[in-house]
Design a protein around this ligand. Structure first.
Ligand code: PLP
Length: 472
């Protein structure tokens, strides 16, 4: 008897049925698709049931309905959707790194909307090589003997390690302790090496590695000397590392291949314009290194891809590795990367590749655009319900981001918005994130900073609209 009464008092029995909740939600939010409404109701009820089963208070009907609505909206929302990047960080990992050029997008559409000659030689009707043309262009641009491309740089590193040192013998790869880095998104050099089936041999210390550290570590099982670019941090103070050139000399003397994971690579030499020279892939290759690899969507400004350049023997072996098939490039990426390389070969890259245009925009031009944006924002702030935020134009500096050029900052111009008394920059930032075209800005000292460096020409309209909504 008692147990029966307990069941009747079980708060889970008071919860609505999925269909009932979904029906109410559908009536309330007709814009949501039916599948998302049903799943949202299911998830909200599961949470409510769990809370009740834990002996706690079951959420109210209103709370359940609100959660179901939020879950359904989240499920149905387009993802990824366009946002405006006003952070000034050109290669923002959370915002999709390099934006694609209109020409690259057109190439993707032209090559993928219908069928293509992806793996066919139209001349003789025989099977063709999907990467052949891309590899030719990469060699022309870099001076490499051979090239191949994977789905991303992590894949290129994995394939290279597996090819040069992996397999049943599990041979040794020598790396400096100062270069066992973690790149965002859980790419860790020791973990990749483990999965590539190679044995990691660490040499040197965190801050100092000498040529003799490599030399002493080389033994009969050594297969490769690896250098990894410190893409997202700098070491200063009592530090020393072995240059790629010296590592190549050690490798040559001991008959061992040398590879560099460059992380971010360029095919355009930007050193004369004040950029660090160590991202320039052709210069790295001139050291005689056997293999370098880098991302397609960092400083190169193309689609996500992992570009491997080096000796023909090494590249051929990578292509023959069965893993290559699992890591291969899809046709859309291939088309976008092909367009990007054409822009470089044709000398159009600085004008047409968004990342390069943003990197190279002159401060005077950024200032002009900052003044124009500030005028538009100030006009909105003036008529905002008091207290009105203050709008100012200021010079500033910003990093490039995305695992590129650590420690290097570009001069830039910003529009600084300081909310009036009682309002916080974080609140304003949250409202801008929830705008119909979300706007992301920097926050510093309770000011919201809109950096023109990463804002495209057409983005000012979206910033203005989001700002107007946020102050309403
Ligand atoms: C960014 C980076 C990677 C990973 O490249 P993805 O293209 O994101 O896979 C690997 N190594 C280094 C040194 C990097 O900077």
């Amino acid at each position: 008897m008692d147990s029966n009464r307990d069941v009747n008092r079980d708060p889970r029995r008071a919860l609505p049925a999925v269909d009932r909740l979904a029906g109410e939600l559908a009536a309330d939010r007709p814009e949501l698709p039916a599948w998302a409404v049903t799943e949202g109701a299911r998830r909200a009820l599961a949470v409510a049931r769990e809370a009740a089963a834990g002996g706690g208070e079951a959420p109210s009907r209103r709370e359940i309905a609100a959660r179901a609505g939020a879950e359904a909206s989240r499920l149905a929302a387009v993802h990824p959707r366009r946002v405006v990047n006003a952070t000034g960080v050109i290669l923002h990992t959370n915002l999709g790194r390099a934006p694609l050029a209109p020409g690259a997008l057109a190439a993707v559409a032209a090559a993928s909307a219908g069928y293509s000659d992806l793996e066919l030689e139209l001349e003789d009707g025989r099977r063709g090589n999907r990467l052949g043309r891309l590899a030719d262009k990469l060699c022309l641009l870099s001076g490499a003997e051979a090239a191949t491309v994977c789905n991303n740089n992590a894949a290129a590193v994995l394939l290279a390690l597996s090819t040069l040192a992996g397999g049943p013998r599990r041979r040794q790869v020598v790396v400096s302790r100062g270069e066992l880095v973690e790149i965002g998104g859980s790419f860790r050099v020791p973990d990749i090496m483990e999965r590539a089936g190679v044995e990691l041999v660490e040499v040197g210390t965190t801050n100092r590695t000498h040529p003799r550290d490599y030399e002493n570590a080389i033994g009969p099982d050594t297969a490769l000397l690896l250098k990894v670019h410190r893409s997202n941090f700098e070491q200063r103070g009592f530090v020393k590392d072995v240059s790629l050139q010296t590592l190549v000399e050690i490798g040559r003397a001991r008959g061992l291949p040398v590879m560099e994971d460059l992380g971010s690579g360029t095919l355009l030499d930007l050193s004369a314009r004040g950029f660090p020279a160590d991202s320039h892939a052709p210069s790295r290759l001139r050291t005689g290194v056997d293999l370098i690899c880098f991302s397609g969507d960092k400083l190169l400004g193309g689609p996500q891809a992992g570009i491997a350049l080096g000796r023909a023997g090494v590249i051929d072996a990578m292509r023959a590795n069965p893993l290559a098939r699992a890591l291969r490039l899809d046709k859309m990426t291939l088309a976008a990367l092909g367009w990007t390389l054409d822009a470089l070969l044709d000398g159009r890259a600085e004008r047409e590749i968004p990342v390069l245009r943003q990197l190279l925009e002159e401060p005077a031009s950024l200032e002009r655009r900052a003044r124009s944006l500030a005028e538009r924002l100030a006009a909105i702030a003036e008529v905002a319900p008091s207290p009105a935020p203050a709008v100012a134009v200021e010079a500033d500096r910003a990093p490039v981001g995305g695992g590129s050029l650590p420690g290097f900052e570009l001069d830039t111009w910003i529009v600084a918005v300081r909310p009036g008394a009682g309002a916080g920059a974080a609140d304003l930032a949250a409202k801008l994130r929830r705008a119909s075209v979300p706007v992301l800005a920097r926050i510093r000292d309770d000011a919201l900073l809109f950096d023109l460096r990463s804002l495209g020409e057409g983005d000012a309209d979206a910033v203005e609209a989001a700002f107007a909504d946020a102050l309403r």
